[in-house]
Design a protein around this ligand. Structure first.
Ligand SMILES: [Zn+2]
Length: 250
């Protein structure tokens, strides 16, 4: 069951049986997760438990140690039901990194420096080797907004972008003023829905701001405008989204 690591940054292989063949040849996404469990050891064990039916390609400890659990050529079971830019089988198209962290349930503490440095190095190694486009380095919450909130708003996406990982623009400052929120309807809601969908979120254009849309706006804020996570599309949220779309690599 063991295998040779794909990245020179791997310190140990701890193989998980929870893996299978990828559907198709495309591999062009990198999904970041937190484990959301009190201890790294418990999380690592769960990711190898056949009964749990979950896994990831990589696991990063708080102190920065990197373990590989599934060969990159195979499909790990980290993303579950979700979608991005029309892709529904995220697991077949992606590499998944699990970051040992207690999550929202554990008070969402800051990520340790050694761990973030290791995640940045590993992610950079993967996106370079696999030629993964910057806008396809995503949070689990981006691809499953209604179900997931990891790796959470304390994950330092801006820093990763400085190190060549992921897509980022400086968020527009939070100010009072006009906004769109739950229950709103009409053309401005429709326009925002179209922008979210254009960027890649699974967001139907219905003209109604419902609970599913609130989850998408919240996911967007966790990743791209972490100063306020409220699911309200204020002008800062909308401007940041517009700037991201404008800055998309060709
Ligand atoms: Zn996750």
């Amino acid at each position: 069951m063991s295998f040779a690591p794909d990245s020179p940054l791997v310190q140990a292989v701890v193989a998980s049986p929870n893996r299978g063949a990828r559907a198709g040849d495309a591999l062009d996404m990198l999904i970041l997760h937190y484990t959301g469990m009190p201890t790294a050891e418990g999380a690592l064990e769960r990711l190898r438990d056949p009964a749990a039916e979950v896994s990831a390609h990589y696991f990063v400890f708080e102190d920065g140690r990197v373990v590989q659990m599934v060969p990159e050529a195979e499909r790990a079971w980290h993303a579950g039901a979700g979608a991005w830019a029309g892709v529904r089988d995220i697991n077949s198209r992606s590499i998944g990194i699990e970051i040992a962290h207690p999550g929202h349930a554990g008070g969402l503490p800051p990520y340790p420096e050694a761990q973030i440095a290791a995640v940045a190095r590993l992610a950079r190694d993967i996106v370079v080797r696999r030629a993964i486009p910057a806008p396809r380095v995503l949070a689990h919450s981006d691809v499953a907004p209604a179900r997931k909130e990891d790796p959470g708003e304390t994950f330092p996406w801006e820093r990763l972008a400085r190190e060549g990982v992921g897509h980022w623009v400086p968020p527009a400052p939070v100010r009072d003023g006009r906004f769109l929120a739950m229950g709103d309807t009409g053309q401005p809601v429709e326009a925002l829905q179209a922008m979210l969908a254009l960027y890649g979120y699974e967001q139907p254009v219905t003209g109604g701001f419902d609970t599913a849309m609130r989850a998408v706006v919240t996911a967007f804020q966790r990743h791209f405008r972490p100063a306020r996570i409220d699911g309200v599309a204020d002008s800062s949220t909308i401007t940041t989204l517009r700037d991201l779309i404008a800055a998309q690599p060709a």
